[in-house]
Write a protein that binds this ligand. Structure first.
Ligand SMILES: Cn1cc(C(=O)NCCN)ccc1=O
Length: 117
């Protein structure tokens, strides 16, 4: 079992844990607006305001392709979903509130993952 094998095993482990968290986020009732890229035809000025658009389907594809070296790389992109949401939406709006609710839900799931690993 050389170093490389151990690293690969560790990466598979955190990828599985991240895929589990992502599945839970995608299944959340407030996740609707975050599942797929925001359509610039539907939300005209979105791309002007949000420099790093990111959504759960994009993160899922990157996870499947093994693009995240560490679980933190995955976490950073999940948090970007919520930062974009806070930047573009009033806190007191349906999407703004959904973003805050989903961010709290993510924080709890992430704390569990850290505790269990
Ligand atoms: C994440 N996010 C999604 C939308 C969206 O999907 N709008 C079309 C349906 N209302 C708008 C703003 C935003 O931050």
């Amino acid at each position: 079992k050389d170093e490389g094998d151990k690293d690969k095993k560790k990466k598979r482990k955190h990828t599985a844990a991240c895929r589990e968290i992502l599945r839970k986020l995608q299944a959340h009732e407030m996740a609707t607006w975050f599942l797929f890229p925001v359509d610039p035809k539907v939300v005209p000025n979105y791309r002007k305001v949000i420099k790093k658009p990111i959504d759960f389907s994009t993160i899922e594809n990157r996870l499947k392709k093994g693009r995240y070296k560490t679980a933190e790389g995955f976490m950073n992109e999940i948090l970007m979903v919520f930062d974009n949401c806070r930047l573009f939406n009033e806190d007191d709006s349906p999407i703004g509130r959904a973003g805050h609710a989903l961010r709290s839900y993510f924080d709890e799931r992430w704390a569990e993952l850290v505790r269990d690993n």
